[in-house]
Design a protein around this ligand. Structure first.
Ligand code: GCU
Length: 137
């Protein structure tokens, strides 16, 4: 199945702002998480098929420090996703997480776990990689 992209500026944003002052983002901007624990971006990922999905987060982190976030799907803890330094706020890279999604809408939330907040979040791309029975798609 085709990848589906979700722009962060269209997601649910709590303690963050849509900005466009660092070039290289897709869509119309990116989300600047507030620099506090608990700021979050929640994407409504509409999965055509249940099973294993790769979530690819495109981001920038112009500081020297990792900006880890807690990943949840419909409130279920999926662990920590690291967003290491990219070298500049205009340098955008990707990190991935592998999760199980149900068919239909899944609330994928990334929540800052440090006082630095999250990275600048450009978009999330969902790639279906295997159905529930484990066979390739
Ligand atoms: C700078 C940068 C922002 C970034 C922020 C941060 O202010 O311009 O885009 O979000 O640092 O540290 O989070």
């Amino acid at each position: 199945a085709a990848d589906t992209a979700y722009e962060s500026e269209n997601a649910t944003i709590v303690q963050g702002a849509v900005e466009s002052n660092h070039a290289g983002y897709s869509g119309t901007g990116f989300v600047n998480f507030d620099n506090v624990v608990g700021s979050y971006v929640e994407y409504s990922v509409n999965a055509a098929q249940a099973g294993t999905h790769t979530l690819t987060f495109r981001y920038a982190n112009g500081t020297a420090d990792n900006r880890p976030v807690k990943l949840t799907v419909d409130g279920g803890d999926k662990g920590t996703v690291d967003f290491p330094a990219t070298g500049a706020w205009t340098t955008w890279k990707t990190v991935t997480a592998t999760v199980q999604l149900t068919a239909g809408v899944n609330k994928v939330r990334t929540t800052a776990t440090t006082a630095n907040g999250g990275p600048n979040a450009d978009k999330l791309t969902d790639t279906f990689t295997a159905p529930v029975d484990g066979e390739p798609p």
